[in-house]
Design a protein around this ligand. Sequence first.
Ligand SMILES: [Zn+2]
Length: 206
Amino acid sequence: MKVYDISMTIEPRMAVYKDRDAKRPVFRTVASQPAQSVHETELTMNLHTGTHVDYPRHVMPAGSDSDAAELFPFLGTAVVLDLVGVEDAVGKKDLEEHSIRRGDLVLLKTRNSLQEDFDFQFVYLSAEAAEYLAHKEVRGVGIDALGIERDQTGHPAHHALLGNGIFIIEGLRLRDVPAKRYRFVGLPLKIAGVEAAPLRAVLIEE
Ligand SMILES: [Zn+2]
């Protein structure tokens, strides 16, 4: 059994959205030995740091949040699509060449996975492609960028997916993962009443 860790490492110098300092995780040692009997670290970070799930509340004022999230969508089949040749936005025609089944978690492996720094021109999912995936009734969509779209007015890709009960994972790392089907495990942290949550995601090859 081979397991691929497709999560980002949370560390002070990791890539953060648009390189904004306010988005950087802050680590603080609040107790240390030998002065104290234990070692403790406090971590302050935005919930959209690294690999994380977006819930509908992220873009819809009346959308559901972590309280309503079930666990089962985060376990099951995932299909990794090779889209490394896409330059700008993943379009509907890029997806039509691939076998996508109802209930799949679709993971978009793009050129974003080939670099570690934040790229302001990262490959994103077009609105039309998001609608296509919603029409296919996939259960989730993941991308190897810190956003599923860049700055598209009105966040149409977020709405096309989250508005249809399809969860979104951002910040995946897929460089070393061959494009095919896997078993996916990626459970969001159990945090009450929030619009996003970090998760540790893996793909299991069977
Ligand atoms: Zn997010």
